[in-house]
Design a protein around this ligand. Structure first.
Ligand SMILES: [Zn+2]
Ligand SMILES: [Zn+2]
Length: 134
């Protein structure tokens, strides 16, 4: 299983810039989201403030347009066939029936872009992601 990427690793790999003030870097004074999950292609580390309120940044979230996703079902089918499930939710850690959730919403066929979640966690994950992207 992939280890959770820490803030330090993400900084060392060069794709994460910490936002310790928790304020949007555009200067609007609003507090930014704290994603629950790490999504490398957004530069997000779980539990760390993102740099911009959705739509305020010059790059990042806005480059990933939700509507450009490939077929949701095709990629989920692929995920189901390609990865063995542990039968354990990676968020609440309950041992219950799980589903593959796509982290970035881009639906790339990459193992790092999927996490195994129970149904309730998957639903709240999808709500969180959509609030970030739309
Ligand atoms: Zn802003
Ligand atoms: Zn769960």
């Amino acid at each position: 299983m992939a280890e959770r990427i820490t803030r330090e690793q993400a900084i060392a790999e060069g794709w994460f810039t910490p936002n310790d003030s928790g304020l949007c870097q555009c200067g609007c004074g609003q507090t930014t989201n704290i994603p629950k999950w790490t999504a490398k292609r957004f530069g997000h580390v779980g539990g760390e403030h993102v740099r911009y309120v959705s739509g305020h940044g010059t790059k990042g979230e806005r480059n990933y347009r939700w509507r450009e996703r490939p077929s949701y079902n095709a990629v989920h089918l692929w995920a189901r066939r390609s990865f063995a499930k542990l039968g354990r939710c990676q968020d609440c850690e309950k041992e219950v029936p799980t589903e593959w959730a796509n982290i970035s919403g881009v639906y790339r066929r990459e193992r790092d872009d999927f996490i195994e979640l129970c149904r309730p966690c998957h639903r709240s994950f999808d709500r969180w992601r959509e609030s970030l992207l739309i």
